[in-house]
Ligand binder design. Sequence first.
Ligand SMILES: *[C@@H]1O[C@H](CO)[C@@H](O)[C@H](O)[C@H]1NC(C)=O
Ligand SMILES: *[C@@H]1O[C@H](CO)[C@@H](O)[C@H](O)[C@H]1NC(C)=O
Ligand SMILES: *[C@@H]1O[C@H](CO)[C@@H](O)[C@H](O)[C@H]1NC(C)=O
Ligand SMILES: *[C@@H]1O[C@H](CO)[C@@H](O)[C@H](O)[C@H]1NC(C)=O
Ligand SMILES: *[C@@H]1O[C@H](CO)[C@@H](O)[C@H](O)[C@H]1NC(C)=O
Ligand SMILES: *[C@@H]1O[C@H](CO)[C@@H](O)[C@H](O)[C@H]1NC(C)=O
Length: 295
Amino acid sequence: MRPTALIPALCCTAALVLAFLCLFAGHKKDFMEDYHILTLNVSRIGEGLVNGTLGSDDSTLGSLWNLVPDSIQDNVGEAAGVVTEKLGIEDFYSAHLLDYCFGQFTPTEAANATISASDIHKNVTGCSNQTAMFWFNPNEIIEKALNNSGLDVTLDDLEWPDDIQSGLDALRIVSITAFVLYCIAIGLIFVSLVASLPAIFAAGRLAACVNLLISILAFLAIGIASALVTAVIEKGGDVINEHGNAIGVTAMKGKKFMAITWVATALMFITIFVWTFEMCVGRRKKAPFVPAKHG
Ligand SMILES: *[C@@H]1O[C@H](CO)[C@@H](O)[C@H](O)[C@H]1NC(C)=O
Ligand SMILES: *[C@@H]1O[C@H](CO)[C@@H](O)[C@H](O)[C@H]1NC(C)=O
Ligand SMILES: *[C@@H]1O[C@H](CO)[C@@H](O)[C@H](O)[C@H]1NC(C)=O
Ligand SMILES: *[C@@H]1O[C@H](CO)[C@@H](O)[C@H](O)[C@H]1NC(C)=O
Ligand SMILES: *[C@@H]1O[C@H](CO)[C@@H](O)[C@H](O)[C@H]1NC(C)=O
Ligand SMILES: *[C@@H]1O[C@H](CO)[C@@H](O)[C@H](O)[C@H]1NC(C)=O
């Protein structure tokens, strides 16, 4: 019986759960929506149209104005709400590893004197179908919404910056590699967990050594996946904020996603540490049982 082997077993179990949650967060409506990778906040686009800061072509804006009831034309916020609703554009689009979700901010789009930022929640309307090797394509998503709206409005009318998509496309391979590594990591952490169970009952350096090797591989997979996804979050968020700034489009970075993926990585590091310790202690324990025969 080797009670210290319980530590890796527990760490692997927790890491396995967290790695699963990384992969499946947001895979369906309202399942861990806050654990997004990136969220694109486009709630201000309508306001730009209404204020006349967007839509260089007057006829575009004119045709949109006709859709806004007279009674609310003076209220920028409400008129903007009607305009985006007619265009079929949601408040936010959030990217996850397997799909994207979209919906409205509730109770309001932006914090004001009575409603603080922490009171604003996402009301998810729906999510795309799950796809392995998914990558976020806001240009296509918004173009499709505009096409379906039946109005003659294009991305150009919104002054939608192409640099957002080209910046995100540069991260596509990184994101897909991270997805593949999460799948591999889940497999290796599972093997690591199963291999640690016999080691609880059978002490021995060989068992510790085999376990150490497997847990190193699992650690590398989850560690590299975490590093890649962190790069996607940081770089993707910066690209969107930089190029979207002019039309009021912002990105929210997936801080909670980063938290769980790095905790999973840390747990696998602890596992490696314990198996290394076990190997060394296993060696030292043998010494008293081998009597020194000198003379
Ligand atoms: C629209 O106009 C209102 C008031 O005139 C202003 O507070 C708001 O920041 C403007 N929004 C944009 C996106 O220009
Ligand atoms: C969405 O973006 C706008 C414009 O930058 C900002 O004022 C608003 O607070 C953001 N909404 C949320 C919920 O972060
Ligand atoms: C803040 O927004 C809410 C929801 O739109 C609105 O009811 C409230 O009057 C606003 N408060 C202020 C001070 O503008
Ligand atoms: C979320 O949106 C749906 C319709 O889109 C609405 O019926 C529901 O009341 C909203 N929930 C909240 C909490 O605002
Ligand atoms: C999503 O899946 C459903 C059935 O599984 C299918 O009917 C639908 O066309 C799919 N939607 C897209 C956008 O692929
Ligand atoms: C939207 O319509 C344009 C012109 O008809 C077409 O070229 C484009 O592919 C459509 N986009 C989407 C995402 O369906």
